[in-house]
Design a protein around this ligand. Structure first.
Ligand code: PA5
Length: 346
């Protein structure tokens, strides 16, 4: 079993697993930095700006806030709708992402409270200039590998703003046993992430996800794209059962991240799908946990490990992203944004 013989691994995989192994510690460090940000007035509506490995933080935070009575919006582009946001989180690991920078410049006039979650770059300078808060996160890694650090920092600030309870850190701490079951040294038979990666390998992953677990499904899609260099598709449940299923390709596997608290209709829909397509074609991902936050956090860890196991199985580099980097260099509009931002910073 290839995934159990990892002693001679290429340094790129060793690096990736080493970062993943610090998932919980990185989250908790990020949380400690975020929770130190002054609380200010408790916001009633919160926007999250960011793309890619930083943008997913907004999806997760928004899912966590969804039952808290606070309204939230997630923006993954150059603009954010004008909604008199009380607080805006600008999340960019590098601080050099043109979409995020332009979206932040676009709300300066409205004067909301702005919090940057970043390792530095132009974003830090812009947000300092407008009097916002900056939470610096773990430097020197690829943005998507900094999810625990950025998520911890964001939830720390939300905790300081009294939008989520401090007790969530207990659920993260309690996730260490689960983390140990998916690490690379844990053998295949006892490792749900290795088993899942092996089932996906050689097939086209079709991810189906629903409401509050959507960010986990979307994270899996993005991690399979960037780490395992795989194409994959994602559909929304139950909607996908009314269209998507008719177009399934030949060699697919449906992957469904699940939490305990799901609508009875969703559960029945997944059961029907499994009966219809066959056990072998439908794989669920479950992590369990005492609370929604813990379930989602454990699922996020699991999908991240799955993506690196798939990189190993496919012999691809899980760290570098040459096409995305090339597109960043080739996009002429980005230069325009940077000039505008530099003029603003002065
Ligand atoms: O994971 C990645 O490397 C990308 O998806 C980046 O997150 C994306 O390009 C945005 O960059 P940043 O996170 O620095 O804003």
């Amino acid at each position: 079993m290839k995934l159990d013989n990892l002693s001679d691994l290429h340094p790129r995989y060793v690096e990736a697993f080493k970062i993943l192994d610090s998932y919980i510690d990185d989250f908790l460090k990020g949380f400690s930095s975020g929770v130190n940000v002054p609380s200010g007035v408790r916001p009633k509506n919160v926007a999250f700006i960011g793309v890619g490995g930083s943008g997913i933080i907004g999806d997760i935070a928004s899912a966590i806030l969804s039952n808290s009575g606070v309204s939230s919006g997630v923006f993954k582009g150059y603009e954010i709708n004008s909604n008199q946001w009380d607080a805006v989180f600008a999340i960019s690991y590098s601080g050099e992402t043109a979409e995020t920078l332009e979206a932040v410049l676009g709300i300066v006039e409205e004067n909301p409270r702005v919090v940057a979650i970043t390792s530095g770059g132009r974003l830090e300078k812009v947000v300092k200039k407008i009097g916002g808060d900056v939470v610096r996160i773990r430097p020197g890694i690829q943005p998507r590998y900094a999810l625990p650090s950025m998520l911890g920092a964001t939830l720390g600030v939300l905790c300081s703003m009294k939008l989520i309870p401090h007790s969530i850190t207990k659920y993260i701490e309690n996730s260490r046993n689960f983390l140990n079951t998916i690490k690379s040294e844990r053998k295949f038979d006892e490792n749900p992430a290795k088993r899942a990666a092996t089932r996906i390998h050689g097939r086209l992953p079709i991810i189906y996800a629903y409401d509050r677990v959507w960010p986990v499904g979307y994270r899996l899609k993005c991690q399979l794209n960037e780490n395992a260099k795989m194409f994959c598709h994602i559909g929304y449940l139950p909607e996908a059962l009314h269209n998507d299923v008719e177009g399934l390709p030949d060699d697919f596997i449906v992957v469904v991240p699940r939490i305990d608290a799901e609508h009875e209709g969703i559960r029945a829909g997944i059961d029907a799908l499994r009966d219809n397509l066959g056990e072998d074609r439908v794989m669920e991902l479950r992590a369990g946990g005492e609370d929604f936050i813990q379930e989602v956090f454990q699922l996020l860890m699991m999908v991240d490990y799955i993506s690196v196991y798939l990189a190993v199985l496919r012999d691809v580099d899980p760290i570098s992203i040459p096409r995305i980097s090339g597109l960043r260099r080739a996009n002429k509009y980005y230069e325009k944004v940077f000039r505008r931002v530099d003029g603003f910073i002065g």
